[in-house]
Write a protein of this length. Sequence first.
Length: 259
Amino acid sequence: MKERENAVILSQERIAQGIYSMWLKTKAAAEARPGQFISMYTSEGSKLLPRPISICEIDKKESALRVVYRVTGENTGTELFSKMQAGDVVPVIGPLGNGFPYEKGEGKRVFLMGGGIGVPPILELAKQMTCEKKQIVVGYRDAETFLRKEFEQNGEVYISTEDGSVGTKGNVIDAIRENGLEADVIYACGPTPMLRAIKSYAEENGIECYISLEERMACGIGACLACVCKSKEKDHHSNVNNKRICKDGPVFLSTEVEI
């Protein structure tokens, strides 16, 4: 089991309405892979459970991780994080989860797809991916297209927005169709309805697809069975057709799970 450590905040800024970017100095950076997450603890004694936050960028040289998160409301753990400053200490555990198998896309045409707060994990994947054609397809609510500049430095970027203010009006699948894009492998992270549509699109077109599931987590290490999804194979831990998202995932081959 990974041990809790006190990570030090190097910097923090608000990059969109309700969206914050934080760099942390942490030993977790040494082993981190794109698609993994860390569990962050608050200083509030009444909030015992950690908050799972996806890793956005990895800087192994500086032993640092970047997390980009959304403040989910007043008096929440994420609001407490947003009030912290450089030099403050945050207890963390990580890296956790399995990450994206980006080696599967080497030499192929790939879609790197993110939606909402599922956008940040796609950035480090884009930075580390080596492929024939890197197509980054990201979906936002409106014109606040956070991380856009970073994405443009790491591949061909296609944007969809719900209100049509930037790029294709609609969702990421609409952006693929409007731009006539094709791929051999898909990597995706985002809300369940988006992943369900991507899973269906991949199966209809015979495309290998890996999806990172979002779910409320309690322990973050697979012990409590609070974050499970339906699977085709029986889980060796519970002997039922479930997968633990925090431990067996959060990334799954799309044909392995039902969403």
